[in-house]
Design a binder for this molecule. Sequence first.
Ligand code: NAD
Length: 296
Amino acid sequence: MASIGFVGLGNMGGPMARNLLKAGHQVKAFDLSAAATDAAGKAGAGVAASAGEAAKGVEAVVSMLPAGQHVRQVYTGKDGVLDSAGAGTLLIDCSTIDVDSARAVAAAAKAKGLAMLDAPVSGGTVGAEAATLTFMVGGEEAAFARAEPILKCMGKTVVHAGAAGAGQAAKICNNMILGISMIAVGEAFVLAEKLGLDKQKLFDIAAKSSGQCWSLTTYCPVPGPVPTSPANRDYRPGFTADMMVKDLRLAQQAAQGAGLGTPLGAAAASLYGLFCAAGNGALDFSGIIKMIRGKG
Ligand code: NAD
């Protein structure tokens, strides 16, 4: 079993750190929020006074932070993880951040002789609690092989996506498909309502036709056809619209950096932005159908 520093103990990081403890690892935890650090301490973790301290004398560091600026600060800031981690410490950032920050921090780690992986997740807080997350991992093969048994304590599926930044690229490309397809399915159901077509009939036909997709058959945005979808519980998340808009904006930032136009991705980012600005950010992202109906 390994000794692991854990930085960022919020809605995702808190339960992920607990799952490392449950699997028998030693965890040294730090969060800017004293309450979050104390909670990890009560669950059996050692408590560190800074990110740098959490990274001292451990075999691996795992971080789960809000955005690129926090990851840059925790790793490359004064007395941060890169200043403190000993030779051979494996660094794994699980936050969802921009590809450029992921690559820049991995390069800074490499310059100090440390291997670093970007390993964003899907599966949300339910997956974090149940240790069923999917990890999409970018970085060198040898580092991935060392990380896999650690990540398996917090998730079910661990995929090596490619070199540094490839995990973040996979996450935002997948979520761009999801954001666009949820709007498409929502528009189709609202059009069906206007045309007098029964929603169950549309579901039964489209689920067996070329309109079939995950947003339709697993996460249907109208109540009824898929009883487990958030539409059946007033769009309680699930995956919040705030999280979707964050990921769609990261996808737009990456597309602009790559000189690529993604007009549907851009439209989805702007529609989700409007939906959240109207006070719906805490709803499940499939609630965008309310705005399509003109009731958001
Ligand atoms: P959160 O806001 O609940 O937790 C983030 C934690 O990081 C907070 O406790 C905060 O105090 C801490 N933090 C911020 N700056 C810090 C610093 N400099 N040093 C130490 N701690 C610091 O967020 P979350 O929901 O746990 O999400 C974390 C990441 O996971 C995000 O990048 C998010 O996009 C991604 N993600 C979240 C979900 C989800 O459903 N919540 C799903 C997939 C991916």
